[in-house]
Design a binder for this molecule. Structure first.
Ligand code: RFL
Ligand code: PHB
Length: 390
């Protein structure tokens, strides 16, 4: 096979890139290692910034999101029995976010790619990029007992944190920055009405908890858990009891419990790889960076990477200019580091840190009290939560 941009990974980054390029007449092929059912079964992000919402609409995949998504203009932070609403719209001149699951975004993108006869190879094994530092890169993969080859102009590494693309950058060039947190998030999806019409981020002595949602009868809840915790140790009853113990009294009273339809544990990590390009390879999304989910930035950062990268490819093919491609890594990293800082800050603000006894706990309480009392502090939080400009 021959194409212009070979895309490794059929998650939101790869699909969105392929869709945007298609609309500008640029060919691409996506090579994904898992089955489509597996990719669509993953429950992940739920909060979309305005920038991503606009990109989905411009890419012709915003209709269902506009019908079924829930625009949110604020969220609550709870601490020591008090709930403080962060008036996102009021503090940012009218900006808001959209609650619409990553699973739905991915499904809408797959539908659009299918309608436009986009090529997505699934269940591809042993995907390997080659000759990235030449003008004729290619990728190979195994499927149906045969080795396949795709010749291309460029390779987009959209294969997530555990993918092969980042590993193709020589260790002498790649720098990695990492912080692993000493806890994870245990998440439950349940077909119950959300406890509140807006998200509640809870700090408590027993640890962090988040009340989120997908729609009026689908709730998504998380509790901070020990890093070595196993899902099998968490019955639904145990989960609900733990969640209730971390919520303010009114929310604990209003909580509607039911059977879980998904339950999983995610570790929390901050990670950045630099640079995001090597020869004709460009990394985007989780392939290049990971944030802890506290600030709801992972999917949104993937989208801003795809914004910069798609613009760079369009300039290359339409104007013959490689300036955007040369600058991609530096441009994308500026925004990535700001979201890194914000996600780290929000994680530090709201979680129980095992090593934080005495002084650290008092500083954390004081930081939350300051946030509750200061419009300036709330404005800084709101400005970052709705998303910094591209
Ligand atoms: P993905 O989604 O991991 O997709 C990468 C794809 O590449 C495939 N792949 C390969 N394909 C071929 N060859 C290989 N060798 C391959 N290796 C891997 C994989 O199968 C997969 O299909 O990365 P992408 O597209 O960059 O998207 C990133 C987002 O998925 C991620 O940042 C978010 O889910 C993070 N995140 C959140 N982000 C938000 O913006 N808002 C949120 O509210 C939010 N909540 C979350 C989250 C992530 C979570 N977890 C589970 C980590 C909540 C959770 C619990
Ligand atoms: C979610 O709904 O899954 C979600 C919402 C906000 C976050 C993280 C996850 O910060």
């Amino acid at each position: 096979m021959q194409t212009q941009v070979a895309i490794i990974g059929g998650g939101p980054s790869g699909l969105l890139l392929s869709q945007i390029l298609h609309l500008r007449g640029i060919q691409s092929v996506i090579v994904e290692q898992k089955s489509r059912a597996y990719v669509l079964g993953r429950i992940r992000a739920g909060v979309l910034e305005q920038g991503l919402v606009d990109m989905l609409r411009a890419a012709g995949v915003g209709d269902r999101m506009d019908r079924e998504g829930l625009p949110h203009e604020g969220f609550d932070i709870a601490h020591k029995g008090k709930r403080q609403r962060i008036d996102m719209a009021g503090l940012t001149g009218g900006k808001s976010v959209m609650v619409y699951g990553q699973t739905e975004v991915t499904l809408d993108l797959y539908d659009a790619r299918d309608q436009m006869d986009g090529i997505i190879v699934d269940e591809a094994e042993d995907v390997t990029p080659h000759d990235l530092n030449t003008d004729n890169p290619y990728i190979t993969y195994e499927k149906g007992g045969e080795t396949h080859r795709i010749d291309c102009d460029f390779v987009a590494g959209c294969d997530g944190f555990h993918g092969v693309s980042r590993k193709a950058i020589p260790a002498t060039i790649l720098r990695e920055y990492e912080k692993v947190y000493p806890f994870g998030w245990l998440g439950v999806l349940s077909e119950t009405p959300p406890v509140s019409h807006e998200l509640i981020y809870n700090h408590s002595d027993r640890g962090f908890a988040l009340c989120s949602m997908r729609n009026d009868n689908l709730s998504r809840y998380y509790v901070q858990c020990a890093i070595q915790e196993e899902v099998s140790n968490w019955s639904d009853d145990r989960f609900w009891e733990e969640l209730k113990s971390r919520l303010p009294a009114d929310a604990a009273r209003d909580l509607v419990m039911g059977p879980s339809i998904e339950k999983s544990i995610a570790p929390l990590r901050s990670f950045v790889a630099e640079p995001l390009s090597y020869g004709r390879l460009f990394l985007a999304g989780d392939a290049g960076h990971i944030v802890p989910p506290t600030g709801a930035k992972g999917l949104n950062l993937a989208a801003s990477d795809i914004h910069y990268l798609s613009e760079a490819f369009i300039r290359f093919y339409e104007e013959g200019s490689d300036t955007g491609l040369k600058n991609y890594s530096e441009t994308a990293l500026k925004r990535i580091w700001k979201a890194m800082r914000f996600s780290w800050w929000m994680t530090t603000l709201l979680h129980k840190f095992p090593e934080n006894e005495g002084f650290g706990d008092r500083i954390q309480d004081t930081e939350l009290e300051y946030l509750f009392s200061s419009k300036a502090a709330q404005t800084a939080l709101a400005e970052n939560y709705v998303g910094l400009p591209y």
